[in-house]
Design a protein around this ligand. Structure first.
Ligand SMILES: Nc1nc2c(c(=O)[nH]1)N[C@@H](CN(C=O)c1ccc(C(=O)N[C@@H](CCC(=O)O)C(=O)O)cc1)CN2
Length: 287
């Protein structure tokens, strides 16, 4: 078997086309959505992701507000930028690019954000809203994965899903999304404390691999026909992405997300969707 591709690039392009129409409608009503980004330090991966987010903004007509601080920035300096974006009416939504440099209290920074401008859906208030099933911006990578599966007709309802990883951007929120009534999956969360990862993987209809361990998911551990999403981003000595999924999985899986070209573009498209939805919500609320 050769797996079919879960094409994140094409799916994200379709989402962005639809968003461009909605942004044009907002602009006609005098509202220009603006995405802010806070980038601290000079990690080349983070720089690339943030640059991609602003390229996407330009494509759909969203304004960009870029804030950059050096790796030596203090907690107070970062928090000052967060306060500034909270107060800036041109910024309708923003993100703090993670991870922040060592020594910075990431949670304190996230908690300082205005939850109504949180375009990542990672503010504690918005994660709480997700738990309570209240309207909230949805975490970009997890919801991007749901949309990628839906776009390719992969059945989520009733599926056995294994999520590998428990980080704040993907692992933690992913099961919250997949177990909503609208998705209705049964989810097992695996992590470094899991005794027999292979046993869990072998019965999964859908695997979300977000451990950051190169080639962790081996072909012999994947159920034939399963959908496998490779979210891991490790880099080899040339800076090339090495995912969590062994290339041999393509011979066993029914569906496979390429990496790059799978989940990454969907993360970015969902970020724009969150910004547009927030601007629409505010505009409608203002009458
Ligand atoms: N505040 C946040 N920080 C981080 C998040 C997040 O959702 N919010 N997730 C990741 C990184 N990330 C988003 O910022 C991200 C990762 C990958 C891509 C992407 O488009 N990847 C391309 C490949 C790019 C390359 O060649 O390196 C792809 O997969 O095709 C976008 C965003 C951690 N931080």
């Amino acid at each position: 078997m050769t797996a079919q591709i879960l094409d994140g690039k094409a799916t994200a392009a379709a989402i962005k086309s639809e968003l461009a129409v909605r942004v044009a409608a907002l602009r006609e009503r005098g509202v220009t959505p603006g995405l802010g980004t806070v980038l601290v330090g000079d990690d080349p991966g983070s720089q690339k992701y943030v640059a991609g987010k602003h390229r996407d903004c330009a494509q759909v007509g969203i304004a960009s507000l870029q804030r950059e601080l050096p790796a030596t920035a203090t907690q107070e300096e970062i928090e000052a930028v967060v306060r500034e974006l909270n107060d800036d009416p041109a910024c309708t939504g923003y993100i703090v690019q993670l991870p922040l440099p060592r020594g910075i209290d990431e949670n304190r920074v996230l908690e300082l954000m205005d939850p109504d401008k949180d375009a990542d859906g990672l503010h504690p208030t918005n994660l709480g809203r997700l738990v309570l099933n209240e309207p909230a911006p949805l975490p970009c990578t997890p919801y991007g994965i749901v949309r990628l599966l839906r776009a390719h007709g992969v059945e989520i309802n009733g599926a056995e899903v294994v999520v590998v990883g428990r980080g704040v951007t993907i692992g933690r929120p992913m099961p919250l999304l997949l177990t909503r009534r609208s998705e209705n999956a049964t989810v097992t969360q695996c992590h470094t404390g899991t005794r027999d990862l292979a046993a869990h993987l072998r019965r999964a209809d859908i695997v979300v691999a977000a451990a950051g361990v190169p080639h962790l998911i081996k072909p012999e551990d994947v159920k034939p026909g399963a959908a496998v999403l490779d979210v891991g981003v490790s880099r080899d000595e040339h800076g090339k992405i090495v995912g969590d999924v062994h290339p041999g999985v393509a011979e066993v899986a029914g569906w496979l997300s390429p990496n790059p070209g799978g989940v990454g573009p969907m993360t970015r498209a969902q970020l724009l969707a969150n910004v547009v939805e927030a601007a629409e919500r505010n505009t409608n609320g203002a009458g």
